[in-house]
Design a protein around this ligand. Structure first.
Ligand code: GUN
Length: 340
């Protein structure tokens, strides 16, 4: 909180002044995902070097089907992160017309390859491929995306396993910024298998009082207003309005929505002329699920971009190292009966 020196004001006008000063000058602490990524990368780099020296070099196999430009970019970043940290990596790029059977054989080969600790099947897969069958074919011991039903089950029962990267990254942001979770009212907006559900479980295991709400919830803004921690993962640009946020709340914005419509950009970025300028030059802008003006009501807020985004790849790297440790070092996590 920043105050302006107000010694020259009368007592009454001073308190009024303070109220305005608080309203206008209190901006949220920015929860910087890039800084946390760099911290975790530094930690992982040391661990990977140590494991490699012991003859166990963690490795990630990525499967990228077809020519989807966004997927190509994501996978390129994931392979680059492996190289940066000293992890082994392999890229498999079947053509867009690949069959489910081919994908199942490829996943089986990767399951059986002892050098491969993590398997990442980049989504979306083409429509002729049965995505669920392919994802469920990944050995849970190598499921670094945390999408397998066994991984979800391990999370439900709070046992060690591989947790979906985005919610795991949100927890790192909260913890590394010393945001109190225990006993807090946490609201998760969104109920996807990949973010909302695992996020709610992680907060619950950290002793928060958790409410999950979604687009069909009645009185959504009333529910959100009770949140001391809000995780917004509903996939709609600027959906959460600034006045829905409890003063001082910690807000984790998972949304990355590409806005291309000028009227929408004007509506969302009216108070951010520099960002609006960039939108006009580029023709698009990334907006979270929380209205950018929430920076004036939240106590702490992840920016978009630069908040949750960098944490997804970070936790993929972390999961790959964790998978290598669990499978090759401790031998504790070997659900052989479900490994295919
Ligand atoms: N496509 C977009 N995000 C992801 C992700 O986190 N994992 C996978 N496997 N595919 C994605």
């Amino acid at each position: 909180m920043r105050f302006i020196a107000s010694g020259w004001l009368t007592c009454a006008s001073r308190s009024r002044f303070h109220a305005y000063a608080i309203l206008f000058l209190m901006t949220a602490r920015i929860l910087d995902g890039i800084k946390i990524r760099d911290e975790i990368f530094a930690e992982l780099k040391g661990e990977v070097a140590q494991m490699t020296a012991q003859g166990i070099r963690p490795g990630l196999a990525a499967v990228l089907v077809g020519e989807n430009a966004a997927s190509q970019l994501y996978v390129k970043s994931k392979i680059a992160a492996c190289e940066q940290l000293g992890l082994a990596s392999w890229l498999h790029s079947p053509p867009a017309n690949v069959s489910t059977e081919y994908m199942l054989r490829l996943v089986a080969d990767l399951n059986n390859d002892d050098k491969v600790d993590g398997i990442l099947v980049q989504l979306p897969l083409p429509s002729q491929v049965d995505s669920k069958r392919v994802l469920e074919a990944v050995s849970p011991a190598k499921d670094v995306d945390g999408f397998h039903p066994v991984s979800m089950g391990m999370l439900v029962s709070n046992r060690p396993g591989l947790v979906a990267c985005t919610p795991a990254g949100c927890m790192e942001i909260l913890r590394r910024n010393n945001i109190n979770i225990e006993g807090a009212n946490a609201v998760v907006l969104g109920r996807s298998d990949i973010v909302g559900k695992p996020m709610a479980l992680l907060l619950l295991h950290a002793n928060a009082t958790v409410t999950i709400c979604h687009s069909k919830s009645r009185d959504l803004h009333e529910i959100i207003r009770r949140a001391e921690i809000l995780v917004a993962a509903i996939g709609r640009a600027g959906f959460v309005q600034p006045d829905w946020i409890k003063a001082g709340a910690a807000v984790i914005d998972v949304g990355t929505n590409k806005v291309t419509d000028a009227a929408e950009a004007n509506r969302l970025l009216g108070n951010f002329p520099q960002r609006l300028e960039k939108f006009r030059a580029k023709g698009n802008v990334l907006i979270g699920d929380v209205h950018p003006d929430a920076v004036n009501t939240a106590g702490a807020l992840t920016p978009v971009p630069g908040g949750v985004g960098p944490m997804t790849i970070t936790m993929l790297m972390s999961n790959t190292v964790k998978a290598a440790k669990l499978r090759r070092l401790s031998g504790r996590f070997q659900p052989a009966s479900v490994a295919r």
